[in-house]
Structures are given as C-alpha cells and as structure tokens.
Design a protein around this ligand. Structure first.
Ligand SMILES: [Cu+2]
Length: 384
C-alpha cells in the first residue's frame, strides 16, 4: 500500500468517526462532553476576523510569532511523518485534496479548516488577537507591494534564485515536509513566484459578480475560480499547488478572505443561505493529483518545474477560464458508493448538510450544517 492509499484509507475510516464535542482550547468554550447550544455564540464570544491591513504592529508580530510557533511545536495528532503542528495541518489538506476541491463542500470544508488552524494557533501557541484575512481589494495592481508581503511586518516576499525559495521575511527558514503523495523524506522550502497578471481575477469586479450569484452552486463555482484561484496563482509557487498550498502561511489569510466573501453572499439572504449547499460531493477524476505514473514526484520537484503559474496562456484573460466549477457545478460526481457513503450524503452524488468534514483529527469531525452559520457554536466568528 502506498503512503497515499494508506492516507485515504485512514481518511475513510476516521471520517466516519462521528461528530464530537466542540471544546476549543484557548477560547472561552463550553464544557467538554457535549455540543453547545446554538445560542452559545453570543457577540462577546465571537472570534474577530479582520483584514491584515488593519491589525496593529503588535498584533501582526504576535500572529507571525504564533505561526512560527506552529512550525516548531511537536506534532501530537498521530500523523505518520509529521514533526510539527504545521506538518499536521499540511497533511490534513494534502491527504483529502481530491475530496475538498471542485466539489460543493469546497467552501464549507475550508471554513472548517480555518477553525482547525485557529484552534491550534490559540490553543497551542497562545495567540489571542484577531484572526487576520487578506483583503485583496486594493492589492490587485500592486501585488508585490501588498502589506501582507512586507518582509518586516508581513509574510515576506517573492521567491528568489533558481529554486524560488522565498528570500526574506519571517518564514525564510520554514521547512515543509509532506509531498503531494504524502512522502516525507525530503524537506523543502517555501516557494513563491508572484504574477500580478494572474492575480487580476481578484479584482472587485469579479468578486462582485460572485456576490451577485443567485444560487449556492453559482456562488461557489464563481468564488472557487476567481478570486480563489487568482489568489493561489498570483502568489504562485507553493500556493499554486492545489495540494501543497497550505504550506504557505498566506494560505490561511487568502482563505479567510474567500470565506468572508462566502459569508457576505450568505448574509444577503440568510433565511435561505444558512442551509443552502449543493454541487457534487466528489470530482469525477482526480484532477487535483499528479498524472498517473508520476505519483512519486517530490514537492520540490513539482515546485521547480511548476513554481510559476500553472498556465501562462490564461493571462491576461481574466477571470480565469475553465477553472474549477466549470462543467462540474451540476453533477458529474461518482456513483461509487464505497466512497460517497462515507460522506453521509445519503449515498447520493450531491453534497448535503449532513456531509462529514474531517481534519485528520486536529479538531473533531463536523458536518457541513455546523459550519454554515458563522455565528454558530463551531465557527463563532465575525468579520469586522
Ligand atoms: Cu484547499
């Protein structure tokens, strides 16, 4: 059994483990042992999510400190090959990449992953400030000058040299371990290869198109393409790899922005959109993994060859054409019950509120229903 099939087997086994309590270390939480009532998340309890640009210098410093702490704290979730908590977060995304992208659960799973990340930041590394996100509105024409990439107060800048490892900032020595196939024998660096051109899909005009969508499927497919892909490809390198992207700490700020946009869309009609989810629960082909026969590609090999944008020919045509969601939004999922039954979607090929969300044991499994409301007890956050 390869490492990857072992991981998938682990995933399929543990994803059925049920939904447990929601105690969250580092935050005021309910008593362990039972889910809190819906009313638990009072405004005073909500985690504040703010644009990075609005954080004070001490808040930025503390967030960077806590992020570096995650990359040093020993792994503790039983994941083979993981040395640090950062590795474990990385693993949780890589191991199920084919089940969380280009599917209806894309937005809910990444919301849940933000909670997993926040839980570790606060519980293991003592972070107490607001959760930052990357508001990209004003950075479209000046990607490299964006505050988030400041080498002193931010996440450092572009890649340099032949390997395009980042050349400055606090994460210059960050070590990534898991490769696309979950092998972990050859650590590698954080790579960036910025493209302002590929970032253009983050422009407000495209964002506003998504916010105007009428249905969940249209909103999800729109958001996952541009601005989502535009942020990944605009930063490039590690971020432009569908599996490996959470290795770059900017990933969590990018997905915070995307989640804010989903919440903004939901907030236009909460009566409907707090329970509206749809789309396939699995992609028809493993579009996010390496081609057959190339399973053993190393993370660094991939990044060396494709450290740049996946396809320059899409530039300057914006928004990105043929991206995720295209042709998938209304079906195309597998009918292989051996897989779909594990998600608790009733055996069908469409994503339901009952769909199981899994984080390799970093936080308890949850259902999509539990992350739909930002003010529910599981997420309990506010975009301010
Ligand atoms: Cu992802």
């Amino acid at each position: 059994m390869t490492v990857l099939t072992r991981a998938i087997a682990f995933f399929l086994l543990t994803v059925t483990a049920g939904v447990a309590a929601h105690g969250r270390p580092g935050r005021p939480g309910p008593r362990p042992g039972g889910p809190p009532p819906e009313s638990w998340c009072s405004p005073a309890r909500r985690s504040q999510r703010k644009p990075w640009q609005t954080l004070t210098d001490p808040q930025r410093d503390d967030y960077i400190r806590a992020s570096l702490c995650l990359a040093e704290m020993p792994a503790r979730h039983g994941i083979e090959g993981a040395k640090t908590l950062w590795d474990e977060l990385h693993y949780a995304h890589i191991a199920q990449s084919a089940f969380i992208h280009f599917v209806g659960g894309f937005l809910p799973w990444h919301r849940y992953f933000l909670v997993a990340h926040e839980t570790l930041l606060r519980g293991d590394c003592g972070y107490q400030g607001p959760m930052p996100y990357w508001d990209q509105t004003n950075d479209v024409s000046n990607l490299r000058g964006a505050a988030v990439f400041d080498p002193i107060s931010g996440f450092g800048g572009d890649g340099v040299g032949p390997d395009l490892c980042i050349g400055d900032g606090p994460f210059v020595n960050l070590t990534l371990r898991f490769n696309e196939d979950l092998a972990f024998d050859e650590p590698y660096c954080l790579v960036r290869n910025m493209s302002e051109c590929l970032f253009q899909g983050a422009a407000p005009s495209f964002v506003n198109d998504c916010l105007g969508a009428e249905t969940y499927v249209d909103a999800w497919a729109c958001l996952e393409k541009s601005p989502h892909i535009s942020g990944h490809w605009g930063v490039g390198g590690t971020m432009s790899n569908t599996l490996l992207s959470p290795g770059d700490p900017i990933f969590f700020l990018h997905h915070g922005w995307l989640d804010r946009l989903w919440w903004e869309w939901q907030s236009k009609d909460l009566a409907t959109r707090l329970t509206e989810v749809d789309g396939p629960n699995i992609i028809p082909t493993n579009a996010t993994g390496p081609p057959p026969g190339q399973r053993r590609r190393r993370g660094m090999d991939w990044l060396r060859r494709r450290g740049g944008p996946p396809d320059d020919s899409t530039c300057p045509g914006t928004p990105l054409g043929g991206g995720p969601g295209a042709g998938l939004a209304h079906g195309g999922g597998t009918k292989n019950k051996a897989i779909t039954d594990y998600f608790n979607d009733g055996g069908g090929i469409l994503t339901t509120l009952n769909h199981t969300l899994w984080s390799a044991g970093i936080i308890p499994n949850a259902t999509i229903a539990e992350v739909m409301d930002l003010h529910g007890p599981l997420v309990c956050a506010d975009y301010v």
